[in-house]
Design a protein. Structure first.
Lengths: 145, 305
């Protein structure tokens, strides 16, 4: 079976670089799953999760806060602003951060720019939380770390 | 004679103190350099991949439609972002960079056109003021830039002025980190974007032929853009510029700390040498003093007999 070369990079480091069978990404237009020989695609990411699958079973789960994805027939490059592996996310702290952002959004009189910033922050924290919870519930082990 | 030996002793002491300081600064610079180098290497892969993506894209899309790619027919106004340091004592680091900027202004724009300088780092600001360059903005710089958010105002300003056609070209002057021993001042065109492999940061001389992705996109069908081409490019290109500036800043920081480390090591070595020389002179003077005294005593006792 043909594989895709998947690279997930953030400005801080290379988070993932390996061959995978399929990967699901959430873009601004919705969730897309990429299989080998996908049509070339460039899209913007929305805060959400990345699910990597190999041989039908889930191999990796990550949270991203936004960025871009470039898809070529045999290669996928995810340029994420920030990305974390599910096992690295501290659920309690993610929840705390989300609540803090929500509270700030409610209590203070803020201008449009700040409002957008806080909304984005909430979205990002929600994505992290979702990934962390999913990871815990299923007890996914990537076997890589 | 005792006067001379005392003077020499005093000088030895002062050189020893200076050596202690330069030694300490060398160690501090070394630890900062380690941090800065690991940061620059970590970000290189991201900026390289971003650059590769744009290389793939330009083969498939009509770039002339987007402002970021449009070349002006006549280059009248240019801006240079000058990435320098806050502190001195790093050899000819800043002087070389400013010289490079002045040279490239002379080379590319011999007639008196407007060149505006945006500085990031106080040494570059002082130096360009001394050289009477046209300074329009100065951004404060930290010793180590922690995230790309810090440089966002700079990229914002550069992009805004470029899109408004205030400038025909925007350059960034920084010091490329090649190795701990070698750093090269470099002026790179930021806008309009010129997609070519050699324009990648951190690669001007070294690693040019290594793993540049040889993917040939010509055979592939056209790119699909989601939501649409304009929206993706509008979001992607400013990010690209920002990452380029960020990478340039990190390259400069890694270079700065390595340059300082070596400047300080040279100073410490020179101090050791000076101490050795002075000690030799001191011992000779002391010896001469003793010899003279013995001769006097011998002469005195000979006179009594």
């Amino acid at each position: 079976m043909k594989d895709i070369k998947l690279k997930i990079v953030t400005p801080e480091k290379i988070l993932f670089s390996d061959k995978v069978a399929q990967v699901s990404i959430s873009t601004v237009m919705g969730q897309v799953t990429i299989l080998p020989n996908h049509i070339p695609l460039v899209s913007q990411l929305s805060p959400g999760e990345i699910v990597i699958k190999n041989n039908g079973k889930e191999e990796g789960l990550m949270a991203v806060s936004g960025g871009f994805v470039e898809v070529l027939p045999d290669q996928v490059v995810i340029l994420a602003d920030t990305a974390e592996r599910a096992e690295d996310i501290d659920e309690a702290r993610a929840e705390e951060a989300r609540q803090k952002a929500e509270k700030l959004l409610k209590t203070k009189l803020i201008d449009v720019e700040q409002f957008a910033m806080f909304t984005a922050q909430i979205e990002k924290e929600m994505a992290r939380l979702k990934v962390a919870r999913k990871y815990r519930k299923r007890g996914v082990r990537t076997g890589q770390n | 004679m005792p006067q001379a030996t005392r003077d020499i002793q005093r000088r030895i002491k002062s050189v020893k103190n200076t050596k202690k300081i330069t030694k300490a600064m060398e160690l501090v610079a070394a630890s900062k350099m380690r941090k800065a180098v690991s940061k620059v290497l970590a970000t290189r892969s991201y900026s390289d991949l971003t650059w590769e993506t744009i290389l793939h894209l330009v083969k498939k899309i009509d770039t002339s439609q987007h402002r970021f790619f449009q070349e002006s027919k006549e280059v009248k106004n240019v801006a240079v972002i000058l990435v320098s340091t806050n502190r001195g004592l790093c050899g000819s680091f800043n002087a070389q960079l400013v010289k490079k900027v002045v040279d490239s202004i002379k080379l590319h724009h011999p007639d008196s056109r407007v060149t505006d300088i945006i500085t990031f780092g106080s040494k570059g600001r002082d130096e360009s003021r001394r050289k009477k360059l046209n300074l329009i903005a100065d951004f404060d710089k930290e010793d180590i830039t922690l995230s790309s958010e810090i440089i966002r105002p700079i990229s914002h300003m550069a992009i805004k002025d470029f899109v408004a056609k205030k400038y025909d070209k925007v350059f960034i002057a920084y010091t490329d980190f090649m190795s701990a021993l070698k750093q090269v001042p470099h002026v790179k065109q930021l806008l309009p974007i010129v997609p070519s492999i050699d324009e990648r940061l951190g690669h001007i001389v070294h690693e040019k032929d290594e793993d540049v992705d040889k993917i040939n996109v010509d055979n592939f069908s056209d790119f699909l853009f989601e939501p649409d081409t304009k929206k993706v490019l509008d979001a992607f290109l400013p990010r690209l510029v920002e990452i380029q500036i960020y990478q340039a800043v990190l390259e400069s920081e890694a270079s700065e700390h390595s340059a300082r480390m070596f400047a300080m090591r040279n100073a410490s070595d020179a101090a050791s040498e000076m101490i050795d020389e002075l000690t030799l002179v001191y011992n000779q003077a002391r010896q001469a003093g003793i010899t003279a005294e013995i001769a006097e005593i011998a002469a005195g006792s000979a006179a009594l007999e």
